[in-house]
Design a protein around this ligand. Structure first.
Ligand code: SAH
Length: 370
């Protein structure tokens, strides 16, 4: 059995646990800072905590549960981490360096139960939900690798819940992780730096709208009609576009000034990228009076997915049609495609160039232990 993972406890829970060991509350604060502010992954490294207490902690709990298996470096600087849970399930995290700030893309589940036909993660099926501690530790591992253990991050960190899994099918653990990460005495990544992406779990969109200190929302659309969306994203059969967009209207009502809200639209060559489909999409969003922006994501190909990315000209034309109908649309540049780190490519695979599409440069592969 897995012993208690302390990185998944809130400050109050940690205080209670430490009190159970007969220790005062300030020890809990020290341990919390050790785990989250200094990003230490062993009790041995917490030299400000007495040795006897560290020994007691080790008997009953653990500071770290994820084991880093491999790390892949993309030619564009993106890093993909392939990790294993204590019970041997794969977890993937992606670090994306950007000019102004860095973005970490985390996973909410090992595998994914949704069967989006354009996404490689779907092929794993759901292996299991990740715990809050496993979500938080992904960010700790990525930051330690990028900057060094305990080193202050030079700029802010954005988080996106767009890795493997459907975050809204693991809502409690997700929201707990987000609350732990916002602590000023810890990682101090506040919810407005976090974006969570859903394939359209309608009740959770409505629930998120009621939470005051919440992350941003992105909704994956991929198609402007139920007919096509049923085919590409089978979750649409449970929550069709009319229900999904009604929930988005509710969510829009709850937006604070300046708060963003996004639709994602993966661009699949010859499937969902025609002029007519751009007009349908614009009309649909306008009919629901949704003022969200649309991010167009050229499909990231991976064997054996039966799609190719739309050409850049097609993506641009699609964008222009949306814009001409008053919809703000942006084209997302793919990152980390060469190491299978881009959207929809996370499937616990070795980034063997033979598995990638041939016109991408081969990846550098390194194994390491952080
Ligand atoms: N389950 C959640 C989060 C994970 S997917 C969701 O569906 O939103 C994150 C984003 O990647 C989604 O917008 C999805 O549509 C997109 N995506 C999935 N596979 C892709 C692929 N092969 N190429 C480009 N984008 C993809």
């Amino acid at each position: 059995m897995q012993s208690l993972h302390l990185a998944g406890l809130s400050p109050a829970e940690l205080t209670e646990f430490v009190a159970g060991l007969g220790e005062p509350a300030y020890r809990a604060r020290q341990i919390f800072a050790g785990l989250h502010h200094r990003r230490l992954r062993s009790f041995a490294a917490m030299t400000d905590v007495p040795k006897e207490l560290r020994a007691k902690l080790s008997k009953q709990s653990t500071a770290s549960t994820l084991a880093l298996e491999s790390r892949y470096l993309s030619s564009d600087g993106t890093r993909r981490y392939l990790m294993k849970t204590h019970d041997n399930f794969p977890v993937e995290t992606v670090f994306i360096p950007e000019e102004r700030r860095d973005t970490i893309c985390f996973s909410s589940q090992s595998g994914c139960p949704l069967q989006c036909t354009f996404c490689l993660t779907a092929q794993l099926g759901l292996l299991r939900n990740l715990t809050a501690g496993e979500i938080v530790e992904q960010i700790i591992i990525a930051l330690n690798d990028a900057y060094g253990v305990s080193v202050k991050t030079p700029r802010g960190t954005n988080l996106v819940g767009m890795g493997a899994g459907e975050p809204f099918l693991n809502f409690e653990a997700l929201m707990k992780a987000i609350r732990i990460m916002k602590e000023p005495e810890g990682l101090h990544i506040v919810p407005r730096r976090v974006t969570v992406s859903t394939a359209g779990v309608v009740p959770r969109i409505c629930e998120l709208a009621t939470i005051p200190d919440r992350p941003h929302l992105a909704v994956s659309l991929a198609a402007p009609t139920d007919e096509l969306r049923n085919e590409l994203m089978p979750i649409n059969r449970k929550w069709p576009l009319s229900e999904l967009l009604r929930a988005c209207e509710d969510f829009q009502e709850s937006l604070k000034p300046g708060e963003r809200f996004t639709f994602e639209y993966v661009m699949l060559d010859g499937r969902n990228d025609a002029d007519e489909q751009a007009r349908q999409l614009a009309n649909l969003l306008n009919r629901h009076e949704l003022r969200a922006k649309v991010n167009l994501i050229p499909h990231n190909p991976a064997e054996p997915l039966p799609y190719q990315p739309s050409s850049m000209e097609r993506v641009q034309t699609f964008r222009e049609i949306l814009e001409s109908k008053g919809i703000r649309a942006f084209v997302r540049q793919p990152r980390g495609r060469d190491i299978l780190a881009a959207c929809g490519q996370l499937a616990a695979r070795d980034a063997n160039p033979a598995q990638t599409v041939s016109d991408f440069a081969p990846a550098k592969v390194e194994s390491l232990a952080i």
